[in-house]
Design a protein around this ligand. Structure first.
Ligand SMILES: Cc1cc2nc3c(=O)[nH]c(=O)nc-3n(C[C@H](O)[C@H](O)[C@H](O)COP(=O)(O)OP(=O)(O)OC[C@H]3O[C@@H](n4cnc5c(N)ncnc54)[C@H](O)[C@@H]3O)c2cc1C
Length: 380
């Protein structure tokens, strides 16, 4: 068993980290206040190649294996303190670009993948609805076949990138009900009958726009189906498998960045004539942060390795998602505690880190749902 990264992989991670650190953190606090999506930074990330890391070069990407991709995304999570921007990139990559690569026709790939990689088109995956979240496939949005097209009616909520996207991967239940079931459609923003609704106000990840969509007699040509009618569950499950280990890769980077800040502060801050790091109550918190960082990292790269070998990682993805979500939130909570009153101040950025971490137990399937999946693999 070889746990080392190659020289090229280390260079890639470092180059993404350096780029992110120098280019993506300006006006961060302002974006958190104004909830502004940084389109210019999105474009810069595209130019750097981040939006096409796993997409083959013939479609405008860098064609990297999953271990390299995840390692680069760890560097992104470390270097970019705008966790919202990082989150939006993950939704775009795992929710739209990869499903297109895996299930798209050559025409669909040619039409959309280069634009998704070069930053001119933002992707958004739309499954959740007002009445179906965890019970993801129990959709009210309906698609009725009409000649060579499908007519969609329904609504979606809690959709990352919805307010800014140009391409939506939308899931709907095909009518009449029968063996066909949930189906995936590629729908452009300008499609008649699609309305991009309000932008939702959130606790954290505020530079990542979250919104609503509604469909009123939205006619979608049959060539815009991704895969075949009824392939929706397989497409969504594949997207979630990657997203549930891909997003944690960036959390690992963020956890390392936060840990380093805590170590530096514990060495420098003095109380009772000693550095606070000399108090076991503080040093053990830091040690636990390191344990969580390492266990999270191992889980992320085991899943990445499985995917790079072309193997399934459904169980591993759920374990990674559940563990890293908890680890990330606890790390942020501990960081606020170690910094004391300063940690509570907005200027410390730690309260924002905590707000940004909280939804990691909710998106891509809640922690409860990951545990349900894990228990299912154990026959329960
Ligand atoms: C920041 C963010 C970004 C998101 N981005 C997207 C996106 O891009 N596209 C998209 O389609 N969706 C997106 N979502 C929606 C997300 O997938 C749902 O919020 C999530 O699946 C939970 O669904 P829900 O909110 O309806 O909660 P519910 O399903 O109503 O769950 C409420 C509570 O009940 C628990 N629960 C439900 N069922 C069970 C069960 N069987 N066993 C045990 N506990 C259960 C849940 O764990 C939760 O604690 C996003 C959500 C967030 C917070």
């Amino acid at each position: 068993m070889d746990f080392s990264f190659t020289q090229e992989q280390r260079q890639l991670r470092q180059s993404v980290l350096d780029f992110a650190k120098s280019a993506l953190n300006g006006d961060l606090a302002k974006r958190d206040q104004t909830r502004e999506f940084p389109r210019d930074l999105w474009k810069q990330c595209a130019e750097f190649g981040i939006l096409g890391l796993p997409i083959p070069s013939e479609w405008g990407g860098r064609g990297l294996d999953m271990v390299s991709v995840f390692y680069a995304l760890e560097g992104l999570g470390y270097g970019c303190r705008d966790n919202g921007l990082v989150f939006s990139m993950h939704a775009h990559l795992w929710g739209v670009a990869m499903p297109l690569l895996l299930f798209g026709t050559p025409d669909q790939k040619k039409k959309y993948l280069p634009r998704l990689c070069n930053g001119t088109m933002i992707g958004s995956i739309a499954m959740a609805e007002p009445e179906s979240g965890s019970d993801a496939f129990n959709l009210k949005t309906r698609a009725v076949k009409k000649g060579a097209a499908y007519v969609l009616n329904g609504s979606k909520t809690l959709i990352t990138n919805a307010p800014v996207a140009g391409l939506y991967l939308v899931f709907a239940a095909v009518e009449p009900p029968g063996p066909v079931g949930v189906t995936a459609f590629l729908i452009e923003r300008a499609a008649p009958g699609l309305t991009v609704g309000r932008t939702l106000e959130t606790m954290g990840l505020r530079s990542s726009p979250l919104g609503e969509l509604s469909f009123q007699d939205c006619e979608v040509p049959a060539q815009n189906l991704l895969g075949k009618a009824g392939d929706g569950p397989a497409i969504f499950t594949g997207a979630m498998e990657l997203e549930r280990c891909g997003i944690p890769a960036s959390h690992v980077g963020a956890m390392e960045r936060i840990l380093e800040r805590c170590v530096a502060y514990a060495r420098e801050r003095r109380q009772f004539g000693k550095t606070i790091g000399e108090f076991q109550a503080v040093s053990h918190k830091v040690a636990e942060m390191r344990i969580r960082l390492e266990t999270s990292r191992l889980l992320v790269y085991r899943a990445a390795w499985l995917k790079s070998q072309g193997k399934h990682a459904l169980l591993e993805a759920s374990i990674t998602k559940a563990h890293v979500g908890d680890a990330y939130i606890q790390t942020c909570l501990d960081a606020v505690q170690i910094f004391g009153g300063r940690g509570y101040l907005t200027e410390s950025e730690l309260e924002r880190e905590l707000r940004d971490a909280i939804p990691s137990r909710i998106y891509s399937g809640t922690s409860e749902i990951q545990k349900k999946i894990i228990a299912g693999w154990l026959g329960l």
